[in-house]
Design a protein around this ligand. Structure first.
Ligand SMILES: [Cu+2]
Length: 162
């Protein structure tokens, strides 16, 4: 029942917005974004959500991005009142029917060894690798914090685009 509801919601989304989604097998990656960086910055971030429409769990194990030398999976933890990041051990499991948000403050993507500054409005190619779904090509949009994506904009009138 729950999974049906999630699936239905997911099928409706692409009709409402210009889809920024990437699907392979049971895995759909929604709205990969990154943040603008200062000129000398060596690291960037990646935020996105992953939906597993299958009947088996899958696992995000890594990936790459054309803007950086490395793509790492990090988790932010509060240790003695201080936020620290560490690499995620063993990848990120996505249970059947589940959606996982890689976002600020939790599990997120870290781009290590940036090849140049990331500029708002630009985009770059990347790839996420899953145990079962394999490699999925994606595109990160570089957006300033606070930009509300159409897919998550609550109260957006459904008939607005017509
Ligand atoms: Cu990090």
């Amino acid at each position: 029942m729950l999974r049906t509801a999630i699936l239905a919601a997911c099928l409706v989304l692409p009709a409402l917005v210009s889809a920024h989604q990437f699907t392979a097998g049971s895995i759909t990656i929604d709205h990969p974004t990154s943040r603008p960086t200062p000129k000398a910055a060596k690291t960037g971030v990646g935020y996105l959500s992953i939906f597993n429409a299958g009947t088996q769990a899958d696992r995000l194990v890594g990936g790459s991005a054309e803007a950086s030398e490395r793509l790492e999976l990090h988790v932010t933890e509060i240790v003695d009142g201080v936020a620290r990041m560490r690499p995620v051990e063993g990848g990120v499991v996505i249970e059947p029917g589940a959606t996982i948000d890689l976002a600020s403050g939790g599990i997120h993507i870290m781009l290590g060894g940036l090849k140049g500054p990331l500029v708002a409005g630009e985009s770059f190619q990347g790839e996420l690798v899953f145990e079962k779904a394999g490699a999925i090509s994606i595109e990160f949009n570089v957006e300033r914090p606070g930009v509300v994506a159409p897919t998550t904009h609550e109260g957006h009138p459904m008939g607005e685009s017509q």
